[in-house]
Design a protein around this ligand. Structure first.
Ligand code: ADP
Ligand code: SF4
Ligand code: MG
Length: 314
């Protein structure tokens, strides 16, 4: 239902954009109804830029974003905007500190209305959905814990009855139990409300437990995309393997070392060839000259030597 097709986003003035490497480069994926899709990759790889392009907060350089086959343009109606809701990392700054929870939720449920008698039931219902007691309605964000604030942010997203919820690092600032509660809410949103969820995170262990499909990004590009179980069973891209091997809770080491230690050279990644090459222990001459394409049906990998292990290579 949410389809992102060949999306590119480039920042800067028109002149800067011509020379710049796009922050998001030709990214294609979809999020179906009731599905949770994970988007992972290190800081700066373009995850938030994708989210912001989807909600219309940054201009789409090229590509198409559509919802149920209907293309979303740069100027969106309020109905279109309500269909895709975003929840951010820091609920402390994403909630208006001056408004009570009731006002925030009532306004999100029906913009323009004040939190009056009509909205009370809606507010109580939203709070119930996210597991907060009704008394919270009268509080301002400063009186709540981080976990409670993030639940209010989720409730605010739900108030619009969205088709898609984008969760951008939503548990990064929470302790383990508060994070668990918010993850349960995201599961509820997909299973009970049938919305699609795009779950953005740098934490692979959370993605593994939550997401149906997982997309791995490196420097603006998708380097691997697969059903989550396949991705963790048989990671094909050296970067994905390095990410998986760096998760302490994953007992199985995949293939031995794939990252070279001269990571600093990543900054001068060649314009031609594979962007991951400066960090890749498997790089060959071909990797320097030809940019690999993202290939495969359900399990897609962007690598000339996908699934090659360092041992086989040696
Ligand atoms: N408003 C902006 N102006 C210019 N460059 C930006 C802006 N926002 C992000 N970028 C750049 O775009 C790239 C991707 O950033 P971002 O989408 O925030 O990545 P992530 O969310 O994966 O950390 C980074 O190189 C970042 O510096
Ligand atoms: S294409 Fe070459 S450099 Fe790029 S990830 Fe694959 S093996 Fe490494
Ligand atoms: Mg981000």
């Amino acid at each position: 239902m949410l389809e992102v097709d060949s999306l590119s986003v480039t920042y800067g003035s028109r002149r800067e954009r011509r020379a710049a490497v796009p922050a998001v480069d030709d990214v294609t994926f979809r999020v179906d109804r009731g599905q949770i899709v994970g988007l992972v990759g290190e800081s700066g790889c373009g995850k938030t830029s994708i989210a912001r392009a989807i909600v219309g907060a940054v201009p789409v350089g090229s590509g198409v974003i559509s919802l149920d086959g209907h293309r979303l343009g740069p100027r969106r109606s309020s109905a279109e905007r309500r269909r895709i809701q975003m929840v951010f990392q820091d609920p402390g700054t994403s909630l208006d500190p001056r408004l009570t929870v009731a006002r925030t939720l009532a306004w999100a449920a029906s913009p323009g209305l004040r939190a009056g008698d009509i909205a009370d039931e809606t507010v109580a219902d939203l709070l119930r959905q996210v597991g907060l007691p009704p008394e919270v309605a009268g509080e301002r964000p400063a009186k709540l814990s981080g976990g409670q604030r993030q639940r209010v942010a989720v409730a605010r997203a739900l108030a619009a009855e969205p088709d898609v919820v984008i969760a951008d690092e939503v548990v990064s600032s929470l302790d383990v139990s508060a994070a668990g509660a918010v993850l349960d809410l995201l599961r509820m949103i997909s299973t009970e409300l049938g919305a699609g969820v795009l779950f953005i995170s740098h934490d692979l262990s959370v993605v593994r437990n939550l997401c149906h499909r997982t997309i791995v990004m490196y420097r603006g590009q998708v380097v691997e995309q697969a059903p989550t179980a396949d991705l963790f069973e048989k990671p094909g891209h050296p970067y994905t393997r390095a990410l998986i091997d760096s998760v302490p809770s994953v007992e199985r080491r995949t293939t031995g070392p794939v990252l070279r230690d001269d990571d600093a050279r990543a900054d001068d990644a060649a314009a031609t060839g594979c962007r991951f090459r400066p960090r890749c222990a498997l790089a060959t001459h071909e990797c320097a000259t030809d940019q690999p394409a993202l290939v495969g049906p359900a399990h897609q990998v962007r690598c000339h030597h996908a699934w090659t292990t360092a041992l086989e290579e040696a």
